[in-house]
Design a protein around this ligand. Structure first.
Ligand code: ADP
Length: 220
C-alpha cells in the first residue's frame, strides 16, 4: 500500500508549485489542495466569497487570514484529506495562517514543509509565459506561436492567461511573498519541518528531489 502524506509546499509565484503538486498528488495519492484554485472556483461560481476574492486577486493582494483559515479548515475535514493526507499549495501564506494550521492539524501534524527555491528574476520570466487551464488548473508554457485559445490536454477545458498574471500584479505578489510568506521559511526551519529544494532544473529532476525529501522526512 502507498502511504499517504501531509505536505505543505512553499515557493514564489512561478516556482513550479502547481506543476509539481499535480505530480506529488498522483505519487502519494493525496488531494492537491490549492487555495488559489479554490478561490478561482469561487470566482467562477460568482459566490459572495468569489466576488470579494476577485477584486483582491486581480490587484495581486491577499485575501484575509480569517476567511482563508475557514476555507482550509473545512477542506481538511473532508474524508480524502483525513484518510490519505494532502498537499497544501498556497496556504499558509502568512505567519498567523501557519499558527492556525498548527491548531487545525493538532491531532495529525504536517510531515514536512517543502520550500521550492527559484530566484525572483527567473520566476518573472516564467509567469509571463504561464498559461493555466481554467477548469483543472494544469499549467502550460506559451511559446508565442499559438493562434487563439488552446484546449487542455488533461480535461479539455480552456487554457488561458490568468487575470492576475499582469506585470503589475505579479510584481505586487512577489513583494508580498518576500514580506509575508518568506518569514514562514524561518518559522518552519525553527520547528525542524523545513526542506529546501532547488527548483531550478527539469521538472523530472525537481520532482525526484521532492519525493526524496518527503521519503527522508517520513523515515526520521
Ligand atoms: P500565486 O502563487 O501565483 O499568487 P495562487 O493561485 O496560489 O497564485 O493564488 C492566487 C491569489 O489567491 C493570490 O494572489 C491571493 O490573492 C489569493 N490567495 C491564495 N491563497 C491565499 C492565502 N493563503 N491567503 C491569502 N490570499 C490567498
Amino acid at each position: 500500500m502507498i502511504p499517504g502524506a501531509r505536505l505543505v509546499i512553499l515557493g514564489r509565484q512561478g516556482a513550479g508549485k502547481g506543476t509539481q503538486c499535480v505530480r506529488l498528488s498522483r505519487h502519494f495519492v493525496v488531494p492537491h489542495i490549492s487555495t488559489g484554485d479554490m478561490l478561482r472556483a469561487a470566482v467562477r461560481e460568482g459566490s459572495p466569497l468569489g466576488k470579494m476574492a476577485k477584486e483582491v486577486m486581480d490587484a495581486g493582494g491577499l485575501v484575509g487570514d480569517e476567511i482563508m483559515v475557514g476555507l482550509v479548515e473545512q477542506r481538511l475535514q473532508r474524508d480524502d484529506a483525513r484518510t490519505r493526507g494532502y498537499i497544501l499549495d498556497g496556504f499558509p501564506r502568512t505567519v498567523p495562517q501557519a499558527q492556525e494550521l498548527e491548531r487545525i492539524t493538532d491531532d495529525k501534524p504536517i510531515d514536512v514543509v517543502l520550500d521550492l527555491e527559484v530566484p525572483r528574476e527567473l520566476v518573472l520570466e516564467r509567469i509571463t509565459s504561464r498559461r493555466v487551464c481554467r477548469d483543472c488548473g494544469t499549467n502550460y508554457v506559451a511559446t508565442g506561436s499559438e493562434r487563439g485559445p488552446s484546449i487542455c490536454d488533461v480535461c479539455g477545458g480552456d487554457v488561458m492567461q490568468r487575470d492576475d498574471d499582469t506585470p503589475e500584479a505579479i510584481n505586487h505578489r512577489l513583494d508580498l511573498y518576500e514580506e509575508q510568506t518568506s518569514p514562514l521559511i524561518e518559522y518552519y526551519e525553527k520547528i525542524g519541518k523545513l526542506m529546501v529544494i532547488d527548483g531550478v532544473g527539469t521538472p523530472d529532476a525537481v520532482f525526484a528531489q521532492l519525493v526524496a525529501a518527503v521519503d527522508g522526512a517520513r523515515r526520521t
